[in-house]
Design a protein around this ligand. Structure first.
Ligand code: NAD
Length: 290
Protein backbone atom coordinates (compact mmCIF):
# COMPACT_ATOMS: atom_id res chain seq x y z
CA UNK A 1 0.00 0.00 0.00
CA UNK A 2 1.38 3.44 -0.92
CA UNK A 3 0.41 6.26 1.44
CA UNK A 4 0.92 9.74 0.01
CA UNK A 5 1.19 12.61 2.51
CA UNK A 6 0.15 15.64 0.45
CA UNK A 7 0.01 18.42 3.06
CA UNK A 8 1.63 19.45 6.37
CA UNK A 9 1.12 16.99 9.22
CA UNK A 10 3.14 16.41 12.39
CA UNK A 11 6.73 15.40 11.60
CA UNK A 12 6.20 12.13 13.50
CA UNK A 13 3.46 10.94 11.09
CA UNK A 14 5.55 9.22 8.37
CA UNK A 15 7.20 6.95 10.96
CA UNK A 16 3.83 6.23 12.60
CA UNK A 17 2.34 5.21 9.24
CA UNK A 18 5.26 3.03 8.15
CA UNK A 19 3.68 -0.18 9.57
CA UNK A 20 0.76 0.26 7.13
CA UNK A 21 2.85 0.45 3.93
CA UNK A 22 5.24 2.65 2.01
CA UNK A 23 4.92 6.32 2.97
CA UNK A 24 5.91 9.13 0.62
CA UNK A 25 5.58 12.89 0.39
CA UNK A 26 6.54 12.83 -3.31
CA UNK A 27 3.52 14.30 -5.10
CA UNK A 28 4.79 12.98 -8.44
CA UNK A 29 3.65 9.55 -7.15
CA UNK A 30 -0.04 10.54 -6.92
CA UNK A 31 -0.90 8.09 -9.72
CA UNK A 32 0.46 5.16 -7.65
CA UNK A 33 -1.04 6.15 -4.29
CA UNK A 34 -3.67 3.99 -2.56
CA UNK A 35 -4.19 6.42 0.33
CA UNK A 36 -3.87 10.21 0.18
CA UNK A 37 -3.57 12.34 3.32
CA UNK A 38 -4.61 15.94 2.85
CA UNK A 39 -5.36 18.96 5.05
CA UNK A 40 -6.55 22.30 3.57
CA UNK A 41 -3.94 23.00 0.93
CA UNK A 42 -4.68 20.12 -1.43
CA UNK A 43 -7.98 20.43 -3.24
CA UNK A 44 -9.24 16.93 -4.00
CA UNK A 45 -11.21 17.99 -7.06
CA UNK A 46 -12.58 15.65 -9.71
CA UNK A 47 -9.51 16.47 -11.87
CA UNK A 48 -7.13 15.70 -8.98
CA UNK A 49 -8.93 12.42 -8.24
CA UNK A 50 -8.72 11.48 -11.94
CA UNK A 51 -4.92 11.68 -11.66
CA UNK A 52 -4.97 9.00 -8.94
CA UNK A 53 -6.33 5.81 -10.55
CA UNK A 54 -5.23 3.57 -7.63
CA UNK A 55 -6.72 5.71 -4.88
CA UNK A 56 -8.95 3.88 -2.39
CA UNK A 57 -9.00 6.28 0.56
CA UNK A 58 -8.68 10.04 1.08
CA UNK A 59 -8.10 11.12 4.66
CA UNK A 60 -8.65 14.81 5.33
CA UNK A 61 -6.77 15.68 8.52
CA UNK A 62 -9.25 18.18 9.93
CA UNK A 63 -12.98 18.83 10.13
CA UNK A 64 -14.52 20.37 6.99
CA UNK A 65 -14.68 18.29 3.82
CA UNK A 66 -15.34 21.24 1.53
CA UNK A 67 -11.96 20.74 -0.22
CA UNK A 68 -12.95 17.21 -1.32
CA UNK A 69 -15.25 16.52 -4.26
CA UNK A 70 -17.10 13.76 -2.43
CA UNK A 71 -19.36 12.98 -5.39
CA UNK A 72 -16.33 12.39 -7.63
CA UNK A 73 -14.72 10.22 -4.94
CA UNK A 74 -17.92 8.22 -4.46
CA UNK A 75 -18.28 7.66 -8.20
CA UNK A 76 -14.83 6.03 -8.14
CA UNK A 77 -15.57 4.03 -4.95
CA UNK A 78 -12.99 6.02 -2.97
CA UNK A 79 -13.70 6.25 0.75
CA UNK A 80 -13.39 9.74 2.24
CA UNK A 81 -12.66 10.17 5.94
CA UNK A 82 -11.84 13.14 8.16
CA UNK A 83 -10.63 13.55 11.75
CA UNK A 84 -13.64 15.39 13.18
CA UNK A 85 -12.83 15.31 16.89
CA UNK A 86 -9.16 16.27 16.96
CA UNK A 87 -9.37 20.01 16.26
CA UNK A 88 -12.11 21.27 18.58
CA UNK A 89 -9.92 22.59 21.40
CA UNK A 90 -7.33 24.10 19.05
CA UNK A 91 -9.95 26.08 17.10
CA UNK A 92 -11.90 27.05 20.22
CA UNK A 93 -8.74 28.46 21.83
CA UNK A 94 -8.04 30.55 18.71
CA UNK A 95 -11.61 31.89 18.75
CA UNK A 96 -11.15 32.80 22.43
CA UNK A 97 -7.74 34.34 21.71
CA UNK A 98 -9.34 36.61 19.09
CA UNK A 99 -12.26 37.38 21.39
CA UNK A 100 -9.77 38.44 24.08
CA UNK A 101 -7.29 40.27 21.83
CA UNK A 102 -9.87 42.60 20.27
CA UNK A 103 -11.48 44.22 23.37
CA UNK A 104 -8.14 44.24 25.16
CA UNK A 105 -6.61 46.18 22.23
CA UNK A 106 -3.59 43.87 22.29
CA UNK A 107 -2.50 44.39 18.70
CA UNK A 108 -2.64 48.20 18.94
CA UNK A 109 -0.92 48.10 22.34
CA UNK A 110 1.92 45.99 20.98
CA UNK A 111 2.38 47.91 17.73
CA UNK A 112 2.23 51.31 19.44
CA UNK A 113 4.87 50.32 21.99
CA UNK A 114 7.09 49.08 19.17
CA UNK A 115 6.65 52.54 17.62
CA UNK A 116 7.81 54.18 20.88
CA UNK A 117 4.29 55.37 21.85
CA UNK A 118 2.71 55.18 25.33
CA UNK A 119 -1.07 55.01 24.73
CA UNK A 120 -2.10 54.31 28.33
CA UNK A 121 -5.00 56.80 28.19
CA UNK A 122 -6.01 56.17 24.59
CA UNK A 123 -6.29 52.36 24.64
CA UNK A 124 -9.65 51.91 26.31
CA UNK A 125 -10.38 48.23 27.01
CA UNK A 126 -13.67 46.46 27.57
CA UNK A 127 -14.34 43.15 29.33
CA UNK A 128 -15.91 39.91 28.15
CA UNK A 129 -17.48 39.50 31.59
CA UNK A 130 -21.23 40.17 31.49
CA UNK A 131 -21.41 40.31 27.69
CA UNK A 132 -23.54 38.04 25.52
CA UNK A 133 -21.83 35.65 23.15
CA UNK A 134 -23.93 34.30 20.30
CA UNK A 135 -22.69 31.13 18.65
CA UNK A 136 -23.85 30.29 15.15
CA UNK A 137 -23.36 26.52 15.04
CA UNK A 138 -22.88 24.66 18.30
CA UNK A 139 -21.24 21.38 17.39
CA UNK A 140 -17.86 20.23 18.68
CA UNK A 141 -15.99 23.54 18.32
CA UNK A 142 -18.91 25.80 19.25
CA UNK A 143 -19.40 23.73 22.42
CA UNK A 144 -15.76 24.17 23.45
CA UNK A 145 -16.09 27.93 22.90
CA UNK A 146 -19.33 27.94 24.91
CA UNK A 147 -17.62 26.34 27.94
CA UNK A 148 -14.72 28.76 27.84
CA UNK A 149 -16.93 31.83 27.36
CA UNK A 150 -19.15 30.75 30.27
CA UNK A 151 -16.02 30.51 32.43
CA UNK A 152 -15.32 34.17 31.53
CA UNK A 153 -18.76 35.15 32.85
CA UNK A 154 -20.38 35.61 29.45
CA UNK A 155 -24.03 34.78 28.77
CA UNK A 156 -23.90 32.17 26.02
CA UNK A 157 -26.70 31.83 23.46
CA UNK A 158 -26.65 29.83 20.25
CA UNK A 159 -28.45 29.17 17.01
CA UNK A 160 -28.17 25.75 15.39
CA UNK A 161 -31.11 24.30 13.43
CA UNK A 162 -29.90 20.77 14.26
CA UNK A 163 -29.45 21.22 18.04
CA UNK A 164 -32.48 21.70 20.29
CA UNK A 165 -30.85 21.78 23.72
CA UNK A 166 -27.37 22.46 25.02
CA UNK A 167 -25.88 22.15 28.52
CA UNK A 168 -24.16 25.56 28.38
CA UNK A 169 -25.88 27.69 25.74
CA UNK A 170 -29.51 28.82 25.58
CA UNK A 171 -30.77 27.84 22.12
CA UNK A 172 -32.44 30.67 20.17
CA UNK A 173 -33.61 31.53 16.67
CA UNK A 174 -31.04 33.10 14.36
CA UNK A 175 -32.79 36.48 14.59
CA UNK A 176 -32.70 36.37 18.41
CA UNK A 177 -28.99 35.53 18.39
CA UNK A 178 -28.28 38.32 15.91
CA UNK A 179 -30.27 40.85 17.96
CA UNK A 180 -28.88 39.93 21.40
CA UNK A 181 -25.18 39.21 20.83
CA UNK A 182 -22.33 41.54 21.79
CA UNK A 183 -19.98 38.95 20.29
CA UNK A 184 -20.94 36.60 17.49
CA UNK A 185 -18.74 33.56 16.83
CA UNK A 186 -19.25 31.50 13.68
CA UNK A 187 -18.84 27.71 13.89
CA UNK A 188 -20.85 26.23 11.02
CA UNK A 189 -19.61 24.16 8.12
CA UNK A 190 -19.82 25.75 4.68
CA UNK A 191 -23.08 24.51 3.16
CA UNK A 192 -25.71 25.92 0.81
CA UNK A 193 -27.54 27.13 3.96
CA UNK A 194 -24.57 28.86 5.56
CA UNK A 195 -22.83 30.32 2.50
CA UNK A 196 -23.18 34.11 2.74
CA UNK A 197 -25.39 33.95 5.86
CA UNK A 198 -23.58 36.96 7.33
CA UNK A 199 -24.65 39.60 4.82
CA UNK A 200 -26.08 43.15 4.72
CA UNK A 201 -29.51 41.95 5.80
CA UNK A 202 -28.36 39.78 8.74
CA UNK A 203 -25.77 42.39 9.81
CA UNK A 204 -28.58 45.00 9.95
CA UNK A 205 -30.32 42.79 12.56
CA UNK A 206 -27.26 42.79 14.84
CA UNK A 207 -26.54 45.13 17.76
CA UNK A 208 -24.58 48.20 16.67
CA UNK A 209 -20.95 47.66 17.59
CA UNK A 210 -21.08 43.84 17.53
CA UNK A 211 -17.75 42.00 17.34
CA UNK A 212 -17.75 39.04 14.95
CA UNK A 213 -15.26 36.17 15.17
CA UNK A 214 -14.97 33.70 12.31
CA UNK A 215 -13.00 30.49 12.74
CA UNK A 216 -15.56 28.55 10.67
CA UNK A 217 -15.33 29.24 6.95
CA UNK A 218 -14.62 32.50 5.09
CA UNK A 219 -17.51 32.15 2.65
CA UNK A 220 -20.10 32.18 5.46
CA UNK A 221 -19.56 35.94 5.28
CA UNK A 222 -20.17 38.32 2.35
CA UNK A 223 -16.93 40.27 2.54
CA UNK A 224 -18.17 43.46 0.84
CA UNK A 225 -21.17 43.71 3.19
CA UNK A 226 -18.98 43.14 6.23
CA UNK A 227 -16.47 45.78 5.12
CA UNK A 228 -19.30 48.30 4.66
CA UNK A 229 -20.48 47.50 8.21
CA UNK A 230 -16.93 47.86 9.59
CA UNK A 231 -16.65 51.26 7.89
CA UNK A 232 -20.01 52.42 9.27
CA UNK A 233 -19.33 51.08 12.78
CA UNK A 234 -22.33 48.72 12.70
CA UNK A 235 -19.72 45.99 13.21
CA UNK A 236 -17.00 47.20 15.60
CA UNK A 237 -14.45 44.52 14.73
CA UNK A 238 -14.02 41.26 12.82
CA UNK A 239 -11.54 38.59 13.86
CA UNK A 240 -11.01 35.98 11.18
CA UNK A 241 -8.91 32.89 10.62
CA UNK A 242 -10.74 31.90 7.43
CA UNK A 243 -10.91 33.36 3.94
CA UNK A 244 -12.48 32.94 0.52
CA UNK A 245 -9.20 31.29 -0.50
CA UNK A 246 -5.98 30.32 1.29
CA UNK A 247 -4.24 32.75 1.10
CA UNK A 248 -6.81 35.48 0.32
CA UNK A 249 -6.58 37.22 -3.03
CA UNK A 250 -4.69 40.53 -2.66
CA UNK A 251 -7.93 42.27 -3.72
CA UNK A 252 -9.79 40.87 -0.67
CA UNK A 253 -11.39 44.00 0.83
CA UNK A 254 -10.91 42.75 4.41
CA UNK A 255 -7.13 43.06 4.09
CA UNK A 256 -7.36 46.85 4.18
CA UNK A 257 -10.61 47.31 6.16
CA UNK A 258 -10.59 48.90 9.62
CA UNK A 259 -10.66 46.82 12.82
CA UNK A 260 -9.96 43.44 11.29
CA UNK A 261 -7.82 40.96 13.22
CA UNK A 262 -6.43 38.43 10.79
CA UNK A 263 -4.88 34.99 11.02
CA UNK A 264 -3.71 32.74 8.15
CA UNK A 265 -6.00 29.73 8.79
CA UNK A 266 -4.06 28.48 11.82
CA UNK A 267 -7.06 27.30 13.86
CA UNK A 268 -6.15 23.64 13.58
CA UNK A 269 -2.39 24.13 13.59
CA UNK A 270 -1.56 23.66 17.27
CA UNK A 271 1.19 21.13 17.95
CA UNK A 272 -1.15 19.14 20.17
CA UNK A 273 -3.82 19.04 17.49
CA UNK A 274 -1.44 17.81 14.80
CA UNK A 275 -0.54 14.95 17.14
CA UNK A 276 -4.25 14.21 17.76
CA UNK A 277 -4.91 14.27 14.00
CA UNK A 278 -2.07 11.73 13.65
CA UNK A 279 -3.81 9.51 16.24
CA UNK A 280 -7.06 9.63 14.26
CA UNK A 281 -5.26 8.91 10.95
CA UNK A 282 -3.59 5.86 12.52
CA UNK A 283 -6.96 4.66 13.90
CA UNK A 284 -8.55 4.99 10.44
CA UNK A 285 -5.73 3.03 8.77
CA UNK A 286 -5.89 0.31 11.44
CA UNK A 287 -9.43 -0.43 10.25
CA UNK A 288 -8.86 0.01 6.53
CA UNK A 289 -8.15 -2.78 4.07
CA UNK A 290 -7.06 -1.93 0.51
P1 NAD B 1 -19.56 20.10 13.92
O1 NAD B 1 -20.11 19.34 12.79
O2 NAD B 1 -19.31 19.41 15.21
O3 NAD B 1 -20.48 21.38 14.23
C1 NAD B 1 -21.02 22.19 13.23
C2 NAD B 1 -22.39 22.64 13.72
O4 NAD B 1 -22.92 23.58 12.76
C3 NAD B 1 -23.39 21.48 13.82
O5 NAD B 1 -23.92 21.41 15.13
C4 NAD B 1 -24.43 21.83 12.80
O6 NAD B 1 -25.74 21.43 13.19
C5 NAD B 1 -24.30 23.34 12.73
N1 NAD B 1 -24.95 23.94 11.58
C6 NAD B 1 -25.09 23.41 10.34
N2 NAD B 1 -25.80 24.27 9.56
C7 NAD B 1 -26.09 25.33 10.34
C8 NAD B 1 -26.81 26.54 10.10
N3 NAD B 1 -27.39 26.80 8.92
N4 NAD B 1 -26.92 27.43 11.13
C9 NAD B 1 -26.35 27.18 12.32
N5 NAD B 1 -25.69 26.03 12.61
C10 NAD B 1 -25.55 25.13 11.62
O7 NAD B 1 -18.20 20.76 13.38
P2 NAD B 1 -17.06 21.47 14.25
O8 NAD B 1 -15.99 20.50 14.56
O9 NAD B 1 -17.68 22.24 15.36
O10 NAD B 1 -16.49 22.46 13.14
C11 NAD B 1 -17.28 23.53 12.65
C12 NAD B 1 -16.61 24.15 11.44
O11 NAD B 1 -15.39 24.79 11.84
C13 NAD B 1 -16.14 23.13 10.39
O12 NAD B 1 -17.18 22.71 9.54
C14 NAD B 1 -15.09 23.92 9.64
O13 NAD B 1 -15.73 24.65 8.62
C15 NAD B 1 -14.55 24.89 10.71
N6 NAD B 1 -13.19 24.57 11.12
C16 NAD B 1 -12.23 25.53 11.00
C17 NAD B 1 -10.92 25.27 11.39
C18 NAD B 1 -9.86 26.34 11.31
O14 NAD B 1 -8.71 25.99 11.11
N7 NAD B 1 -10.19 27.59 11.48
C19 NAD B 1 -10.57 24.00 11.87
C20 NAD B 1 -11.57 23.05 12.01
C21 NAD B 1 -12.87 23.34 11.62
Amino acid sequence: MLILICDAFDASLPARLAPFGEVTEDMSRLAEAHVALIRSKTKATAEWIAQAPNLKLIIRGGVGLDNVDRAAAKARGIEVRNTPKASSVAVAELAMAMMLAIPNRLIEAHISMREGKWLKKELKRTELFGKTLGLVGIGLIGSEVAKRAAAFGMTVIAHDPYVNEHPVAAMKSLDEVLAQSDYLSLHTPLTDETRGMINASTIAKMKKGVIIINTGRGKVVIEEDLVAALNSGQVAAYGTDVWYSDPPDPSCPLLSAPNVLMAPHIGASSKENLLRIGDEVVAILENFKV
